[in-house]
Design a protein around this ligand. Structure first.
Ligand code: FEO
Length: 389
């Protein structure tokens, strides 16, 4: 359990959780990390703590640098329990530490934990904290992605400790983007962005512009999950693109099926889209991870969603997926609802309703009784081609 010195006197002292496969319904198929950073200065400062189950691992790393009881400040950038549930254990050891956080974080911490006797200093965006030769500046990150969120900037080190922003859910022994490979780091960052930050695209655009105006010199971004960016421009550029919903020439088809009829339509739509040269992805809502599906939807130009009708209603797995998708608020798509039915086409109407709520440009929905005929499969092919044009 070695700490990793990421800058002179600044150490990664987090934990690697190879075992975790679920982060509130986000499938973390390669585990995740909880990053915590220790700054050794006149005042020893810990930025963010780890999930409760990983406190021992983080402490082992801290102990190789300093005696944890000597920690003077614990900066809580964000109170979601993947970071803050380890705080009570840390406070039992670093008894004299002052917690530094926003007012909303203080209110939330005292709901999550027994904060009786804790010294909590409330800060807001723009406030500074001198810890010796370094100055920490706090950056307001309200609703990115919780009301309490902030980031911490170290001007002397040109280091941004960004908490969840720019993070990735991946477990790795590598600590830096260059070690895991920039393309791979961006892949995991995209998965994280799509499943956690996609609904906040408007706020992200504003925040990126705001931070640009502050003219901060940043040569490293260290988030609270995943690898550290030695190439911050790469991830900032990717965030700008994702927040604009810049699309690739890609059509994503998502479906479920009872007796293969909706599946046949899905495959015909895929063929049609492929015939126009689009990249095509086909997903089955019960076989594929929803996290992967929405990641592909993030930068697709068109999507098609299909469901059979059952019990005078939409097929439940598709309904669940649509609820997930609706919450993530993807934008700027062309879209098609399709599906088979026996005696009414409720499912397709339900899908169409959601696509309209998302303000997508929709094509005429495709409803097929029982099994699609050759003509109906041809129609599905043509609609697929239309989605790709
Ligand atoms: Fe990593 Fe919002 O918690």
């Amino acid at each position: 359990m070695k700490p990793v010195e990421i800058k002179d006197g600044i150490f990664w002292v987090g934990a690697i959780d190879w075992d975790e496969r679920d982060f509130h319904n986000f499938t973390t198929r390669r585990g995740l990390t909880y990053n915590s950073y220790l700054i050794v200065d006149e005042n020893v400062t810990l930025v963010d703590t780890v999930k409760h189950k990983s406190v021992r691992e983080s402490l082992d790393r801290i102990k190789k640098v300093v005696d944890p009881s000597q920690i003077d400040y614990i900066i809580v950038n964000h109170i979601e329990p993947d970071h803050s549930s380890g705080l009570p254990d840390m406070m039992r050891i670093a008894k004299e530490a002052t917690i530094v956080c926003t007012q909303r974080a203080k209110d939330g911490l005292c709901k999550y934990c027994d904060c009786d006797g804790w010294d909590i200093r409330v800060v807001k965006g723009g406030d500074e904290l001198k810890i010796g030769k370094r100055t920490l500046t706090f950056i307001d990150m309200t609703m990115l992605h919780w009301p309490d969120s902030m980031a911490t900037y170290l001007k002397e080190d040109k280091l941004l400790l960004s908490n969840d922003a720019f993070g990735q859910h991946v477990a790795s022994e590598e600590r830096f983007d260059e070690d895991i490979g920039i393309e791979e780091a961006l892949y995991w960052a995209k998965l994280y962005y799509a499943n956690i930050l996609m609904p906040l695209a408007g706020l992200i655009k504003k925040k990126l512009a705001e931070v640009q105006k502050l003219n901060l010199e940043i040569d490293m971004i260290a988030p609270s999950h995943g690898v550290i960016w030695k190439n911050p421009a790469k991830i900032i550029e990717a965030y700008s693109k994702w927040a604009e919903f810049e699309s690739e020439n890609k059509v994503v088809i998502v479906f479920d099926s009872m007796w293969h009829s909706t599946e046949k339509l899905a495959m015909a739509i895929a063929d049609g889209a492929g015939s126009e040269g689009a990249e095509v992805r086909v997903f089955h809502v019960r076989k594929d991870s929803w996290a992967d599906i929405v990641t592909e939807i993030l930068d697709a130009k068109s999507i098609a969603i299909g469901s059979p009708t059952i019990h005078n209603s939409i097929f439940p797995p598709v309904a669940g997926f649509l609820t997930y998708l609706k919450g993530l608020k993807p934008q700027k798509k062309r879209a098609l609802a399709f599906g088979s039915y026996g005696w009414n086409g409720v499912a397709v109407k339900e899908i169409q309703k959601v696509l309209e709520e998302l303000k997508f440009e929709t094509l005429e929905p495709l409803m097929v009784k029982f099994k699609p005929s050759e003509e109906e499969l041809q129609k599905a092919f043509e609609l697929g081609a239309e989605l790709a044009k």
